[in-house]
Design a protein around this ligand. Structure first.
Ligand code: SAH
Length: 223
């Protein structure tokens, strides 16, 4: 009897965690990055719960996108300075020889600098590679990518790995990126899980609206 009620309780807890994860996830994708920062600052436990849910999701994928970025960086000089926007548990920094500035809302690792990715504590034109690996979550995409443009050196690399189903119009997205000062260098759209996009900074972001810069929220279904 007690065994059965324990397993029932475990199942209920699992369900509750799943529901909280989906709720937090939805908040992150439907609000701007400042709201996300406020949410997690007020409730760090929510962040840890979010991360457990995130890990569970990506474990189902055949390949973790961050591993692709690790491989990419290993092919390039280790002297390149990297900024990892939304670094999570710092898997990237832990697997390359480069100097990596790690930014996230809550420190899952001591390497993390806690900040909103829309405003990172780096000087203008100070990094060679900026990375967003499943991290373009806020609705203020233009501001976030503008920040990446600011800290990147001219000709520097912007790597974006994002959930494939978030792109409603990839061509319009890439066109908007041009306006933000990023030329498409390569795009790998072959995975049905995530797209991997490589850009080079051509100059500062041009002001004005960039209507093509839209990604659908990544909402998970109840299982
Ligand atoms: N890049 C990591 C983690 C991806 S999960 C990996 O690929 O494993 C997305 C991460 O972005 C989360 O850790 C989340 O906390 C972070 N994030 C979301 N909004 C943010 C913001 N406004 N500022 C900084 N980090 C943010």
């Amino acid at each position: 009897r007690s065994g059965r009620s324990a397993s029932l309780r475990a199942r209920m807890e699992e369900r509750l965690l799943g529901a909280r994860f989906r709720y937090l996830n939805q908040q992150l994708y439907t609000g701007n990055s400042r709201d996300a920062a406020r949410l997690f600052r007020a409730d760090p436990a929510a962040f840890h719960l979010y991360h457990r849910g995130f890990e569970r999701q990506v474990r189902r994928w055949p390949e973790r996108p961050v591993q692709r970025i690790v491989r990419y960086l290993r092919r390039r000089p280790a002297s390149l300075v990297v900024a990892d926007f939304g670094c999570g548990d710092c898997t990237l920094a832990a697997n390359v020889r480069n100097r990596v500035h790690c930014f996230d809302l809550v420190p899952l690792s001591p390497r993390v600098t806690v900040c909103d990715m829309a405003k990172v504590p780096l000087a203008a034109e100070s990094v060679d590679v900026a990375v967003f690996c499943l991290a373009l979550m806020g609705t203020n995409l233009q501001e976030i990518l503008g920040e990446a443009n600011r800290v990147l050196k001219l000709g520097g690399t912007l790597m974006v790995a994002e959930v494939a189903s978030r792109f409603e119009d990839t061509r319009a997205f890439l066109k908007a990126m041009m306006q933000l000062g990023f030329r498409t260098v390569s795009k790998d759209l072959s995975s049905s899980y995530f797209y991997l996009l490589e850009f080079a900074k051509t100059g500062p972001a041009r002001p004005g609206p960039a209507p093509g810069l839209r990604l659908r929220p990544c909402l998970y279904k109840r299982r």
